[in-house]
Each structure stands twice: as structure tokens, then as C-alpha cells.
Design a protein around this ligand. Structure first.
Ligand code: ADP
Ligand code: MG
Length: 323
């Protein structure tokens, strides 16, 4: 057990409690816990979003509502589950009706789009401590079902590595809003950050085709690394194989690669599948959601190259709340 203080060190040190579950489940470490109940498996996930951490303080509450649920639906998509229900625990410094009305509107829109019912929750007030106002947080537990759900484990040597959509758009939007990148923010990039599309239908279509999958929330390399760790394998990647949006393509190549490989907040899916599934997976692509075959699972290591075989370097794998 490491003594670092990354998000994952903290989980390993303090939250692996060693109390076995009576329910048949794989335990901590995947996008969802998968609990087998009779013939059905239920996928369960929880994610918190906080104003100030995941959103700018003045973010449109409509987009906060949509995204708070979307990030959870994305975890269900990674497992290949059909969304069924969610619970909302919300903590607010005050009851701002105008804010809550728009938040509720965004939440309702996302819930109805995916047929996911709100079945319960909790509403509390946060107080200021030592003069520091506490932020608003929204914690959603989402549940979905399916017959054969997937985890981050199960990749095999020789599997293709696939990714959905165009990675890096949300990260580019964040860098522009922070002013780190001075290019002007387009509506398209802003929408990719504010209202990501969880790949729910794709996740289900991959049932029976993909061996292992994760959603890309912390950065492509970081989330692929979760699959590699859980599967005890390595990967070889070709950075020139990733689909890229027209707006990201306007930026210098080093920024494109930083955004694609290590930027977070994409809520796309990364998965591995046998080569025999290639044609069936290609048939799942659409104009709105291109699918890119970006590499291959190997026995060990993480080799990132361009199409000419030159090694591509990167500073970090992805986002870590305590890294
Ligand atoms: P995701 O990004 O899909 O929400 P993470 O990669 O952040 O998941 O988390 C890794 C694993 O650790 C997941 O299985 C998650 O459920 C688990 N986990 C994270 N925080 C805690 C915690 N405080 N207690 C128990 N398990 C946790
Ligand atoms: Mg996830």
C-alpha cells in the first residue's frame, strides 16, 4: 500500500475496509460495482460534483444539473448497463430558488432523456466554517441493469483498444476559460465541457463485444491505466489514430495531444475488444460519435507512439484530485 496522497492512494489506504459483501460483487475499483441479483446484474455508481471544483462558481445551473447526472450515467455506460434509477444528495449554502429551478430543469432533461428515475435523496444546508463559505455539492448514486455487465478487468493480450468520440474538447474549453490557452472558446468546445453526452447506447451495444471498459473522466491515459492495472497488462498506442474535432484540430499539435491523452471530463468510453469484433464495432460508429481504434493490448508497459513510430512523451496520465 503506497504512502503517497493521490486520490487512489487515499482510497487504498482508508477506504478498502476489508468487510466482505454478502452480495456477489467484484468490490471497489471499477466504474460501477456490479451486484448480481438472480438472473440480473445491477450496476451502481456514485459521483459528487462541487461548485468551485468541477464547475466555475458562476456556472449555469442548468448545465450543472445535466452534468451532475451525466457523469454518473457515463459510469453506467462503461459497465454496459441500462440506466434505471438515481438518488440525489444535495448540500447548498442557501435556498436560491432561481438557481434551483434551472438546476432542476437540467436534471429533469437528462433524467428523461435516459429514462432514469429519481427515487430518493437528501437535502441539507452547508454552513460557513471559520468564515469560509462551504461549496454546494451534489452527490448522485445511479443504478442500472443488464445481463452481462462489464468492468475494467478482462482485457486480453492482442485486444484492440478503442475510444469513442473526440477526446480533449472539454479540456481545451477549460484551458481557454482559465486563460491558459488564449484561443477563443467556441460554442462547440464549451458544450463539450458543459453538457457532455454519456455514451449509454454505445455502452450497451458493446455488451458481448468488449472485454473491458472504462469511461474517460480523468484523462484517457489515466483511465486506460485503470484497465491495464485491473487486467495486469500493458498497451501500445498510436496517437495519430484518435478522431479529433475540427475545433481542437485548429490548435498546435502539442496542445491537441495534451488534451487528448491527459485532459479529463470527456465522458467518452475506452474499451478493449478482440480483433474478431472489429467490423461489428466499426458498424456502431456515427457522425455524432466516431469510434477510433487507437492501439493494442500488450503484456506490459505503456508505449505511446505516433504513426511513424516516434515515442510521444507526456507529463502526467490525467487528473487527480489530490495529485
Ligand atoms: P470513477 O472515476 O469511475 O468514478 P474512480 O476511478 O474515481 O471511479 O475510482 C476508482 C474506484 O475507487 C471506483 O471503484 C470507486 O468506486 C472507488 N472509490 C472512490 N472513492 C471511494 C471511497 N471514498 N470509498 C470507497 N470506494 C471509493
Ligand atoms: Mg468512471
Amino acid at each position: 500500500m503506497g504512502q503517497g496522497s493521490s486520490e487512489f492512494d487515499l482510497i487504498a489506504r482508508y477506504f478498502c475496509l476489508g468487510v466482505p459483501s454478502v452480495w456477489d460483487s467484484q468490490g471497489i475499483g471499477d466504474d460501477c460495482a456490479i451486484v448480481k441479483i438472480g438472473e440480473t446484474s445491477v450496476a451502481i455508481t456514485v459521483d459528487t460534483v462541487a461548485l468551485g471544483t468541477h464547475f466555475f462558481d458562476d456556472a449555469d445551473p442548468y448545465t450543472v444539473g445535466r452534468k451532475a447526472l451525466a457523469v454518473n450515467l457515463s459510469d453506467l455506460a462503461a459497465a454496459g448497463a441500462i440506466p434505471r434509477a438515481f438518488f440525489l444528495a444535495i448540500s447548498l449554502p442557501n435556498a436560491d430558488n432561481a438557481w434551483l429551478k434551472r438546476f432542476s430543469c437540467g436534471l429533469q432533461e437528462e433524467a428523461s432523456r435516459y429514462g432514469c428515475a429519481l427515487l430518493g435523496g437528501d437535502t441539507t444546508r452547508t454552513v460557513s466554517v471559520n468564515g469560509m463559505p462551504a461549496s454546494a455539492t451534489m452527490t448522485i448514486t445511479a443504478m442500472g441493469e443488464g445481463q452481462t455487465l462489464r468492468t475494467r478487468q478482462g482485457a486480453q493480450v492482442g485486444d484492440d483498444i478503442w475510444v469513442s468520440g473526440t477526446l480533449g474538447d472539454a479540456y481545451a474549453a477549460l484551458k481557454m476559460r482559465w486563460g491558459h490557452w488564449t484561443d477563443s472558446l467556441t460554442d462547440y468546445l464549451a458544450s463539450r465541457m458543459d453538457t457532455p453526452t454519456p455514451r449509454v447506447a454505445l455502452g450497451q451495444a458493446l455488451n458481448g463485444l468488449a472485454h473491458a471498459s472504462a469511461d474517460v473522466s480523468d484523462g484517457f491515459l489515466a483511465d486506460l491505466e485503470h484497465i491495464l492495472e485491473r487486467s495486469h497488462l500493458g498497451a501500445k498506442l498510436n496517437v495519430d489514430a484518435f478522431a479529433i474535432s475540427a475545433d481542437l484540430a485548429r490548435l498546435p499539435r502539442d496542445r491537441q495531444l495534451e488534451a487528448i491523452l491527459t485532459g479529463g471530463d470527456d465522458y467518452e468510453l475506452v474499451w478493449t475488444a478482440p480483433k474478431s469484433a472489429r467490423e461489428r464495432i466499426k458498424a456502431l460508429a456515427s457522425d455524432d460519435c466516431p469510434l477510433s481504434l487507437v492501439g493494442e493490448i500488450v503484456a506490459e508497459g505503456l508505449l505511446v507512439e505516433d504513426a511513424s513510430g516516434r515515442t510521444v512523451t507526456y507529463d502526467r496520465l490525467g487528473f487527480d484530485h489530490f495529485g
